[in-house]
Design a binder for this molecule. Structure first.
Ligand code: ARG
Length: 461
């Protein structure tokens, strides 16, 4: 019994071992081993500080560095044996270190607890993940800008309530998404600031009794500052929640874009084609080409929202300081990282694979009286109050609809019956090109403005 219990690093005061079920229930090594690089990096920084401060000897440090180097190679080569008995990534690595270098390995944990160790590892992991996400987000945003540039002047119907509203250019429409994803990048950058703070030194919860130097560890790990309060340092998971909130907003944007891609790809609309490599067929209907990637991205959005809810709920009733509940922070966080990273990889590539069906977009613009507002604006410029202009154009739309033509299909005489102010020059206003060109101010859809917006977007990238 006793010897069995003692296989645990912490088992000194225990008299019976945990059951296999409890062992599995409490272990995290299956999912936290992915933080092994961060665990080693954190341990190296901690050990170097201990040696600098004279808390361990230079020769202990040399042993620790050598041992961790071996472990690094073993894990990378897939030769490292992970053990459920050793609970988590931290104890697995520490135990192996001791097996490799003896007493020096046992000294590594001086002035440290797994509580500040795990908090440090997660922050390092997340900071690296945010950097990867930012790089991918940049690629994706620039792919959107490239497509927007190609289609800067391609007219399509803009919708409100999913009814044809006014002409816009496809480039302008894409730049709306560029703005959303740029705000996402800002949010990730902001979250990174609060992630890059060092918990080490907080030890279990109250701090360490050795002459530690936390600032130097923070500097070595590239953190911006140390966590100010030891209790907060070991129990704070705000950064993970913020990250999942930023991921949720990002996925919400991806989901909106996906919804549009799915609609645009439907043969009933036919605004775009997506390269075959992002679609799949049906096992029964040979004619089908399904937009699986955008559909799945739309679906995965729900799963990321779920992770945000998990983490918020995980933290809501925890008393200070560390509680084992915190071990449950990893799977939601890691899955949010994976989902967002994979989604970005695919979308950056997919943006390149979009072909625009300008003919169908133009065709859609001939239905729905997209230039009705332009006619009203024309009458206002002739001196009619806007509400009267709105009424007159409403009558004109009714007449055109019953005749099955667009507003520009009505003769000048017919148009004049709705307002005597209408003259020959009205046709310039009723065309899609005229409607687009008229919205010529910052943020407007005039192709000239879209090109200027693209130049600004490139500068921001
Ligand atoms: N595996 C644990 C976690 O993920 C590490 C910290 C354990 N600390 C403790 N006192 N049991 O949070």
């Amino acid at each position: 019994m006793t010897s069995n219990a003692n296989q645990y690093t912490w088992a000194g005061r225990f008299s019976e071992p945990v059951s296999d079920l409890v062992k599995r229930y409490t272990a995290s090594v299956d999912f936290d081993q992915r933080m092994w690089r961060q665990d080693i990096r954190g341990s190296l920084a901690h050990a170097r500080m201990l040696a600098r401060q004279g808390i361990i000897t230079a020769s202990d440090l040399a042993d620790i560095e050598r041992g961790l180097g071996v472990i690094h190679e073993e894990i990378e080569a897939g030769r490292f044996v992970w053990s459920l008995d050793l609970e988590d990534v931290h104890l697995n690595i520490e135990k192996r270190l001791t097996a490799l270098v003896g007493d020096a390995g046992k000294r590594l944990h001086t002035g440290r607890s797994r509580n500040d160790q795990v908090a440090t590892d997660i922050r390092l992991y997340l900071r690296d993940a945010i950097d990867d996400i930012q790089a991918l987000l940049k690629q994706f945003r620039s792919a959107l800008v490239d497509l927007a540039e190609k289609e800067a002047a391609t007219p399509m119907p803009g919708f409100t309530h999913l009814q044809v509203a006014q002409p816009v250019t496809f480039g302008h429409h894409l730049l709306a998404y560029f703005e959303m994803f740029s705000r996402d990048a800002e949010r990730f950058a902001d979250c990174r600031k609060r992630t890059a703070r060092l918990p080490l030194g907080a030890a279990a919860l109250a701090g360490a009794t050795y002459p530690i130097d936390r600032e130097s560890v923070a500097a070595e790990l590239g953190f911006e500052a140390v966590c100010e309060n030891s209790l907060d340092a070991v129990s704070d998971r705000d950064f993970a929640i913020e990250f999942c909130a930023a991921c949720s907003l990002f996925m919400m944007h991806i989901s909106r874009l996906s919804e549009e891609l799915v609609m645009w790809m439907s043969p009933r609309i036919g605004f775009i084609r997506i390269a075959d490599r992002f679609c799949t067929g049906s096992s029964i209907m040979p004619q089908k080409k399904n937009p699986d990637v955008p559909e799945l991205a739309r679906g995965k959005t729900g799963r990321v929202y779920g992770h945000l809810m998990s983490l918020l709920t995980l933290m809501k009733s925890q008393p200070l300081a560390y509680n084992k509940d915190n071990q449950e922070d990893k799977e939601p966080l890691f899955d949010a990282v994976d989902t967002v990273t994979d989604t970005l990889r695919i979308f950056a590539d997919m943006a390149d694979g979009i072909t625009v069906r300008a003919d169908n977009m133009a065709e859609a613009l001939t239905q729905g009286f997209a230039t009705a507002t332009d006619l009203a604006d024309y009458l206002v410029k002739m001196g009619l109050p806007f509400r009267d202009a709105h009424e007159a154009v409403g009558q004109a739309v009714k007449a055109a609809e019953s005749r099955g033509v667009d507003l520009s299909g009505l003769t000048l005489d017919e148009l004049k019956t709705f307002s005597p102010l209408i003259g020959e020059d009205v046709y310039a206003v009723l065309t899609v090109a005229g409607s687009l060109a008229a919205r010529n101010h910052i943020g407007g859809t005039a192709p000239e403005q879209v090109r200027a917006a693209i130049a600004r977007a490139r500068f921001r990238l």
